[in-house]
Design a protein around this ligand. Structure first.
Ligand code: THG
Length: 297
């Protein structure tokens, strides 16, 4: 079955006891074909953890070439509606007052004690439509709870979107060979729309590595296999390999992982997110607690 819940039999040698609670991605079959040697689970969805190379070999490959990563577990929490901006702003010390459409923000979210709820990438699609591209915690439920409690006019869902990352210095050449020269104009942490198989897809210049790279927010599970194959074929000219977030690159680049290096027990200042907490003129949950930590009161 071609869904998040299908293909159980193909996973029987993964070591994971598969059930509907561990969701497959549109790329899982391709990932297995490419020789994945282990998975973890993030946001109740499979994330490849390793292929054949060692972490060191993989690091050197990533720093010189291009890689294709199944990061579908970066689930989107889509918030649409006349109160969408209000709800998004309520959840973070980072102001979105001047956020333009087409921009991505790294967006620490905190609770009433200034504990980290999540550290998503926020995308602004239009004045009333946002995606929170979340790390491993159930942001959808937190957002829904707040929306119900405050009577906000919003619609909150997890849309049918499966991010695929292309990372490494040769990514720009690879991506422009498929999506055109316009790819080269994308600036870091900006996104735009690109045509693929008669559909419009969001592509951002971003990713969980310190090398250059892109993230395709593929809309439509059924297009996944084809997209992987398209990139894999074109990638042969660029020494492409399958990959996943690389521990060496991530730590070297200071990219933290929610649930690993920090949790709800930590505040954003402890995490080094001071830069995203420097304008506290708007109202948000945890403001008083954060001010105390910053010794502002
Ligand atoms: N991409 C997308 N969603 C994600 C991640 C991602 N969701 C989960 C997880 N990763 C969230 N964590 C991070 C951490 C760091 C960055 C992105 C997501 C990152 N930071 C840059 C830096 O630190 O230099 C840029 C920050 C900025 O300029 O705002 O890229 O990887 N879609």
């Amino acid at each position: 079955m071609d869904t998040q819940y299908g293909g159980l039999n193909k996973m029987s040698n993964s070591g994971l006891n598969m059930s509907r609670r561990i969701r497959r991605t549109p790329y899982t079959e391709k990932v297995i074909e490419a020789g994945v040697s282990g998975f973890t689970v993030v946001n109740h969805m499979l994330l490849p953890k390793s292929y054949k190379a060692t972490v060191e070999e993989d690091y050197w490959h990533l720093s010189k070439n291009t890689q294709i990563w199944d990061v579908s577990c970066q689930r989107q929490v889509q918030i649409i509606g006349e109160d969408a901006t209000k709800l998004i702003q309520l959840m973070s010390p980072r102001s979105i007052k001047d956020m333009p459409i087409g921009k991505c923000y790294y967006y620490p979210m905190i609770d009433e004690n200034a504990g980290m709820i999540n550290d998503p990438v926020l995308l602004k699609l239009n004045e009333n439509k946002y995606w929170l591209s979340v790390a491993d915690s159930d942001v959808l439920l937190w957002a829904k709870g707040l929306a119900v409690g405050r009577n906000f006019k919003v619609d909150i869902i997890e849309p049918d979107i499966y991010p695929l990352a292309i990372q490494g210095p040769k990514s720009e050449e690879l991506m422009s060979s498929i999506f055109g020269e316009k790819i080269k104009k994308l600036k870091f942490f900006h996104f735009s729309f690109f045509e693929y198989e008669g559909t419009k897809q969001v592509i951002a210049r971003s990713g969980y590595s310190k090398q250059d790279g892109f993230e395709i927010y593929l809309k439509g599970f059924s297009l996944g296999k084809k997209l992987w194959e398209t990139i894999w074929e074109a990638g042969k000219d660029f020494n492409i390999s399958p990959g996943c977030p690389n521990l060496i690159d991530r730590i070297e680049g200071g990219l933290l992982s929610y649930g690993n290096e920090f949790t709800l027990e930590n505040n954003p200042i402890e995490c080094g997110f001071d830069n995203y907490c420097n304008n506290l003129s708007h109202d948000f949950i945890g403001k008083n607690a954060l001010k105390k930590i910053l010794k502002m009161e």
